[in-house]
Write a protein that binds this ligand. Sequence first.
Ligand code: GAL
Length: 646
Amino acid sequence: MVEHRWPDVDGLLYGGDYNPEQWPEQVWPQDVQLMQEAGVTLVTVGVFSWALLEPTEGRYEFGWLDRVLGLLHEGGIAVDLATATASPPPWFSLAFPDSLPVTEDGVRLAWGSRQAYCPSSTAYRRAATRLAGAMAERYGRHPAVRMWHVGNEYGCHVAHCFCDTSAAAFRTFLQDRYGDLVTLNAAWGTAFWSQHYSAWEQVIPPRASPTHRNPTQQLDWWRFGSEALLELYRAERDVLRTLTPHLPVTTNFMAPGFKAADYVAWAREVDLVANDHYLLGADPAPMVDLALGADLMRSVGAGAPWLLMESSTSAVNWQPHNLAKPAGQLRRNALAQVARGADGVLFFQWRASRAGAEKFHSGLVPHAGTDTKIWREVVDLGQELAGLADVVGTRVQTQVAILWDYEAWWAVELDSHPSADVTYAAAVRRTYEALWRAGITVDFVHPEGDLSAYRMLLAPSLYLLSDAGARALEAHVRDGGSLVVSYFSGVVDSNDHVRLGGYPGALREVLGVQVEEFFPLLPAETLALSNGATGSRWSELLMLRGAKALASIESGPLAGVPALTRHSYGRGNATYLATDLDPAALGRLLLEELEQAGLEPVAPAPPGVEVVRRGSFLFVINHTSDDAVVAGTPVPAGGATVLRGA
Ligand code: GAL
């Protein structure tokens, strides 16, 4: 992020996506009045309005939006104005059929849902930047407008397009990266399987092919995909920056679950980090995912306050089973985001739709109207957040960080690996959850980022690690830090080539171990360890090369082989987990590590009670069905409290 910029609105932002075009005009004044009742301060307008704003090419119909913005302004509601380019209208797709995205199997997708465009389409880019410019010219000085919302959730439905235009753009990206085919052939290891390229036109996206596609080609495709989407965002942003330099510009991320955009890189391109977070009904502990996403957003924005751009007041509509939020959960979820650095809580969407694919998605105003649980909670939350205005701008600080790298994510989940069960987000989640349960707030940091603030770093299955990243981790330990690494880390370099001499190549020396061979486990298989813990998913034939064993495997082909090790290196310590510990054992191990590093939770709390310090505020959120007492203050079951000056 170049320079953090925030919309000119007092207090914590509160509101959501407002889609007045779905409703008759008579409803709009009532909307504004209800927004005032709820304490709404900011609404996002126009995200999916392209087809109405430009009903035919080059003919704009701004009248309705003029009236909407006028009403909002009169009502004292600020606007996050969308450039309206998230979803091109049917006339556009019909006129520019080549702009429609193509899947890896060669199927060209049709319009009729949303976001049907190829990220590399020049027709789309031209039309989108033209509309962004028209919006900026018409509304850039409107007194209600305080920030820009470019596109929407880039890549949400179409992260990659495999058409010929994308193929050409991919080649340009590769020419920039490698310069010539000799270098590309070396990087991709094309001596294997007769893949050597002798002319650029032979180089294509990893389209459907008889079997495993070249791994480095696939990795570069992920790199290219993130960059192609980012270029689209930048193109609109640059138009806005030229015409309206006074307004901050952003777009909404989808962390932590979204893999196709490298938000570490994206965060440098937005004036403020904004995120959309929805709970997954299938997640047994969704509040952990919510916390993880929040910590990640704070971290990619270098600790600056960020904006929760979308969340739901209750159920969503896009999961197999869309769970409603029981009374109290809306408040807990919102406060948990503020606790972890959000300076605004917005929802999708203001009024639950009557028609369309999202008609069963909750809103701030539900179908049943205002004499409802949701509305009462919305009004109460608005009041509570208004009372927390002094939280704005305060920071969350911690000395513990999980290493986070999208390239490592892409690489570790490629095919043809020792085990399909080693996935990145799940590995990070297990580590994060153990720390969450221990009451430790976590930052996320890129291995080549600024590690200096952290006493403890954790690397869950960080399969790909650059030379610079490896050196930084070594230096961290040598200088007295602690490092906890779990299996299948440091195995390959940035080209996805194996580091020779034994695993975990890049971290062998700092960990003081050498692994000869991986012994992944079958899904139902477990290993008993000498310390009473259980391992699953993974094991390895490991030799100690300076480290000491903390626990070994008890039986089977690797009986007696160390599974947990610790190595004193320089002034610090590096611990290695060569199997997937059961959650209780992982929790115990991390508590020991934390204790050794002199780190402790901000306040002791019973299990399931989340405590986070932000500036001088202590947020206590009780996710359990038992009353609790934290820092001498009672927090009822399912309740939350914010302690000041704590
Ligand atoms: C987001 C999207 C919104 C809405 C919401 C529903 O992905 O940005 O437009 O679809 O999900 O949960």
